[in-house]
Write a protein that binds this ligand. Structure first.
Ligand SMILES: [Zn+2]
Length: 213
């Protein structure tokens, strides 16, 4: 009994811990005001709060998302993580959409991945050197090939070579923003793996969705 009088009951502690009020901070978010509630099947489900983000943005967030720590920003934190993943090899964010970047990646992670140290340099220098040595891919029909496949990928042994479609390999074409192109080229241009694009199309995704990285 003495203990119970000395501190608030468990119930009031719990309710205090599950209440959001203006001025509360959750990660980068500061709660400013209550917003329209979240409705589920037309009924009241959760309170929602308008929040200012430290980045200058704002968001309306469900109370349970704030309290659980699920949402800690207006979306800028997630965007930053995405950018970080995209630039793991150190290239600029825009680089990964380039077909040259795809070719460079395929070369580095290919079955025979013997690649000169210059093209493997960290922090984006490898890709920059690769691009400087070989130049941009002249056309979508050009492939990265080694003059002597028995030797590693080096500036002297590697070039963009125009290759005709391989006989016996069916080339499915799709239309992307009015242009007919092969799945392989569409995947390279969109910055996604060819296998991923094939899988998505097999699952019935729209062309637009399938090509979204
Ligand atoms: Zn933000």
């Amino acid at each position: 009994m003495i203990k119970a009088a000395a501190r608030p009951s468990a119930r009031s502690v719990t309710s205090r811990a599950t209440t959001v009020a203006p001025g509360d901070r959750f990660g980068r978010l500061t709660v400013t005001a209550e917003d329209e509630p979240y409705l589920w099947r037309g009924r009241f489900s959760r309170r929602r709060w308008a929040c200012d983000c430290a980045c200058g943005g704002s968001a309306v967030v469900r109370e349970d998302s704030l309290l659980s720590g699920h949402t800690v920003s207006c979306g800028c934190v997630r965007d930053e993580l995405t950018r970080e993943r995209a630039t793991r090899h150190g290239a600029r964010a825009g680089d990964k959409r380039r077909p040259e970047y795809q070719a460079w990646q395929t070369m580095l992670h290919g079955q025979d991945a013997r690649v000169c140290a210059r093209w493997q340099a960290p922090a984006g220098r490898g890709f920059k050197a690769f691009l400087a040595d070989l130049g941009p891919r002249p056309t979508p029909q050009h492939r990265l090939v080694r003059r002597d496949p028995a030797r590693p990928f080096t500036p002297g042994n590697t070039a963009w070579v125009e290759s005709p479609p391989r006989a016996g390999v069916p080339r499915r074409l799709i239309t992307v923003r009015g242009r007919r192109m092969t799945l392989r080229d569409a995947a390279a241009e969109a910055g996604i793996a060819y296998a991923t694009l094939c899988k998505r199309l097999e699952r019935g995704w729209s062309t637009r969705a399938a090509l979204t990285p």
